[in-house]
Ligand binder design. Structure first.
Ligand code: AMP
Ligand code: ZN
Length: 116
């Protein structure tokens, strides 16, 4: 998918509104529009990477930074004591609907396992 068709690239550019909770040079985090838990935040790279499968060796540092950004936001949300879940959906069977890589940060309640 071209970057210009990507809703998360538009959120990065500020062309679509979002409720941002964190931003730095390489990543942003914002509230999921349809929260599945009391805390449901999406953490994405500013660079368009379509999915985990589309990531390359060149993205290694960026992906490491992204995961540490999830950790940071989780602490800021007060989730680190009780715990939280980090999810990446990849492709159709994984349930990916937005083709710009993102981690879901879910918490604020006891989450069940396995997922559906
Ligand atoms: P996934 O199904 O893993 O690709 O996750 C996409 C997520 O993006 C879903 O949880 C949606 O609720 C969320 N979402 C879609 N559009 C927006 C938007 N404009 N702002 C915030 N979250 C969104
Ligand atoms: Zn994108």
């Amino acid at each position: 998918m071209a970057t210009s068709d990507c809703i998360f690239c538009k959120i990065v550019e500020g062309e679509i509104p979002s409720t941002k909770v964190y931003e730095d040079e390489h990543a942003i985090a914002f509230q999921d529009l349809y929260p599945a838990a009391p805390v449901h935040i999406l953490v994405i790279p500013k660079k368009h990477i379509a999915s985990l499968d589309a990531a390359t060796k060149e993205d290694q540092e960026r992906l490491g930074h992204l995961l540490l950004t999830v950790q940071r936001v989780a602490r800021e949300q007060g989730l680190d004591q009780k715990g939280y879940r980090v999810v990446n959906n990849m492709g159709d069977d994984g349930g990916q609907t937005v083709h710009h890589i993102h981690f879901h940060l879910l918490g604020g309640r006891s989450l069940t396992w396995p997922p559906g």
